[in-house]
Write a new protein. Sequence first.
Lengths: 291, 121
Amino acid sequence: MSGAGGLTLPVLRVALYEGRGARPLDGAHRFAVMQTLLEKGYRVTRIGSGDASRRPDDGNSLAVLGRFTEPQPAEAVGDAGGRVWFRDIGDETPDAVAALVEAIRAECEVHEPGGWKPWFPVIDFDRCTNCMQCLSFCLFDVYGVSKGGQIQVQNHDNCKTDCPACSRVCPEVAILFPKYRHGPIHGGEIQADDVRREAMKVDISALLGGDIYAALRDRSAKAKSRFSKERDEERALKERQKCLVKLQENLDIPAEVLASLPTLDEIQAKAEAAKTRAQAAIDAAAARQEG
Amino acid sequence: MSETGSSPAAPNLVYCRCAYARVVPRKVKDGVLEALADAGVDFDAVPDLCEMSARKDPRLAEIAGGKDVTIAACYPRAVRWLFSSAGAPIDKERVTILNMREETAEAVAAAMVDRKNGGER
Ligand code: SF4
Ligand code: SF4
């Protein structure tokens, strides 16, 4: 699913309340309840002291769960105006507790957690030189430019899950994907060797024709012409596959992403538009420096 | 819910579950959660700090601005820039980031619980 929209909607938070007026959970029960709620995408705050009658919510919806020894209202208004629900969880199983929380979420109509793997580039501004190569490269409008002319990640949920390709075109190794398998892209410290190796990856894209999308286009165009001239369907397919495999291997682009690329004409148009935006940002930055 | 005025909604121990990926070894993330739950300390467990960053969750600014905050998540460089990109830059002096991708559950849990106990003298 795309996380579009879900990124701005409010969420339901959960407080596991074990202060005055509630019996504490034992460690194993506390662990199991928190583990289950976390896996379902709920943020859980464990609170072991205080007074359940105070409701320092943050204006969002809050579910307060506890083994209450004092009566609590089913629902109240929090200190910051958010809605607060109280539920006695007694010795309920973690799944039953999760069902209580799900019911509250349905009632308050906030966004259902999960469903989107938060995968997007994160820029290390200690390294970034604002060269805009990432903006030129990305076909999915993930990058943009701030009012101050700085590169930014603007459309996180446009990013293609598990595709770290833009990190490979960054000459400064400044793009991280925290959920990537390998370093330094996962955020591990950068060694001199990493910089050399990442630079090689960029060279590989050069090897493919200076611009991997251009390469993709050219190869495919060649394949197409061969197909029309020679009616050699198999060869055309092989040619294209060879290029795709090379891209996949060298830039670690998932096959699904390549399969979902726009048509060649759209790629051309998008690549041109992205390059124009990048150039405009570079020009504006230069003008600002001169001024 | 606190009478002291310090918001219980903002404990200074933060645990990231990394719920939507398998990059943090299950043994480590379960081990740390179990140890925190057993220790009976107050803490904030979040499903995914990356998602909070994309959402620009205001809680990130609370964490970043807190005193003696310890975050159990992944590589410190990644966590730092995730906070920064959400407009909540981390003060390195006040926030410690523990890496559950590289460290053992015992080491992360001990660092968190010890800090908590030390901080509550
Ligand atoms: S390619 Fe790298 S250095 Fe260039 S703007 Fe993007 S993140 Fe910054
Ligand atoms: S911050 Fe690290 S540990 Fe947490 S969700 Fe993101 S990648 Fe996973």
